[in-house]
Design a protein around this ligand. Structure first.
Ligand code: ITT
Length: 228
């Protein structure tokens, strides 16, 4: 089963691959990095939405477009051949799934900033972290990560899955693992930042793993219904 993940962020891609493989071990995961140069030209995921859901849908639909899967006209060849569909396992004629995710880091005392603008809060991870720490001086440090995953089947009918993880902002960045704001996020009940733990430890219960597990379970149950 093919799953396309509309991301250019290699940190996310690695995390999501590990999460999906646990629930869907047979899946083959492709990302924007696997597109041909021509397909890549058509992946114009401009994140102009004001919510996570809007941006996730923009990425998913842009990938569907890049893969030439316009929602209304895409017809899979197996569907046209009765003899073949009858003898093919159901999974072979189901269209590829498209997943996209928009996520953000929300600091309570900054009115939820950087939130949906997390990736664009400053030019790079280091400056983004410094900006948060500077704005937070003398303020309460409660924060959370939010992930919104959109799933398209056959390039249409978006379904959304959310995951959240609460925690606090560390006084200084710690650790070299992870990406983005990981070095300043200490999840509730923990003492280490996400920059100090492995991807596997983070994946046990992150905003992203919560949302992607829901999406993977949905795909799994949908596949088993198709094969009934
Ligand atoms: P794609 O759009 O290509 O998936 P992106 O990095 O632009 O990659 P988003 O638009 O969803 O992704 O931006 C989310 C930003 O929020 C991300 O770049 C990080 O700065 C931050 N972020 C989200 N999840 C995070 C996590 O698990 N750890 C650290 N930072 C995270």
């Amino acid at each position: 089963m093919k799953i396309y993940f509309a991301t250019e962020n290699l940190g996310k891609l690695r995390e999501v691959e590990a999460i999906l493989k646990k629930i869907l071990p047979q899946c083959e995961l492709f990302s924007v990095h696997d597109l041909t140069p021509k397909e890549k030209e058509n992946y114009i995921a401009e994140e102009i939405g004001v919510t996570y859901a809007q941006n996730a849908l923009i990425k998913a639909q842009s990938l569907a477009h890049a893969l030439s899967m316009p929602a209304t006209s895409f017809i899979h060849p197996w569907i046209l051949d009765d003899a073949k569909t009858a003898s093919m396992p159901a999974t072979s004629f189901i269209h590829p799934w498209i997943l996209a995710e928009d996520s953000g880091f929300e600091v309570l005392s900054l009115n939820g900033e950087p939130g949906v603008y997390s990736a664009r809060f400053a030019p790079n991870d280091k400056e983004r972290i410094q900006k948060v720490l500077q704005l937070l001086q003398g303020k309460p440090r409660r924060a959370r990560f939010v992930a919104c995953v959109t799933l398209l089947e056959n390039g249409k009918n978006p379904i959304y899955f959310f995951g959240r993880k609460e925690g606090i902002v560390a006084e200084v960045p710690r650790g070299k693992d992870g990406f983005g704001y990981d070095p300043i996020f200490i999840p509730e009940g923990a003492s280490k930042t996400w920059g100090e733990v492995t991807k596997e430890e983070k994946n046990v219960d992150s905003h992203r793993s919560r949302a992607f597990r829901l999406a993977a379970e949905y795909i799994l149950s949908s596949m088993s219904q198709h094969s009934l």
